[in-house]
Write a protein that binds this ligand. Structure first.
Ligand SMILES: Cc1cc2nc3c(=O)[nH]c(=O)nc-3n(C[C@H](O)[C@H](O)[C@H](O)COP(=O)(O)O)c2cc1C
Length: 216
């Protein structure tokens, strides 16, 4: 293997697959289900890791990785601390973009849409499925706040452990899910010479989608 001398020399050709508007489902969730299953079959380490971009009311963007925990016709769900930076931004400006990058498959999926809160029942159901340590951690952490050091976090965790003892660790009021209700979903398949395939779905009604090919 030759080592490129500069970052500008890093590039690869994409030739694994193609994406044709005649073959895709008219329903982007059906298409996403197929791609997600293929990402799982390819044994990617974290196929459900996705970039979540949010913005302040003034339009200043921020992005981070979160884990997709559910999806269906209603949208794409992740869980977090509602008091976090993303939580505050979504409260002020309830719109988001999601990006999946499945490099081994030469694929990217981009989603944009409005963001709504997941019901307390649904958040509760997911929270109860988490390992005990994660449930305690959700109580001990105040996500995105500056803290004096690691020791302070660990002291908070010990206090939480003492508080709940061996008993139940309930869903914290500040913790739960968001659902990104898709307005656009774009499937990107890498192709030779940067002439990639891009198929974008745009919502036209409750269950109606316009399907277009975009120039790479
Ligand atoms: C692979 C991976 C998965 C993550 N999953 C989540 C998640 O599901 N929920 C979450 O709140 N943070 C998750 N994080 C941490 C976030 O990237 C981020 O650090 C945190 O949510 C604080 O973001 P904020 O300050 O912009 O709100 C994950 C990070 C990585 C690298």
């Amino acid at each position: 293997m030759t080592v490129p001398s500069t970052i500008a020399d890093l590039r690869r050709e994409y030739a694994r697959a193609r994406l044709d508007e005649r073959d895709v489902s008219p329903d982007p969730i059906v298409e996403f289900t197929r791609w997600f299953a293929q990402a799982q079959q390819a044994q990617l380490p974290e196929p459900n890791a996705m970039t979540l971009a949010t913005a302040t009311a003034g339009g200043a963007p921020s992005a981070r990785i979160v884990l997709l925990k559910a999806f269906d016709e209603r949208g794409f769900v992740f869980f977090t601390d509602y008091r976090s930076r993303k939580g505050a931004e979504l409260e002020a400006n309830p719109r988001a973009a999601l990006v999946f990058y499945w490099g081994e498959l030469e694929r990217q999926v981009r989603i944009t849409g409005e963001v709504i809160l997941v019901s307390r029942e649904e958040s509760e159901r997911y929270f109860r499925s988490r390992p005990l340590g994660s449930r305690l951690g959700a109580w001990a952490s105040y996500q995105s706040r500056a803290i004096p050091g690691r020791a302070a976090l660990e002291a908070d965790l010990r206090e939480i452990e003492a508080r709940f003892g061996d008993g139940d660790v309930p869903l914290p009021p500040h913790w739960g899910g968001f659902r990104v209700v898709p307005e656009t979903i774009e499937f990107w398949q890498g192709r030779e010479s940067r002439l990639h395939d891009r198929i974008r779905y745009e919502r036209e009604g409750r269950e109606r989608w316009k399907v277009e090919r975009l120039s790479p």
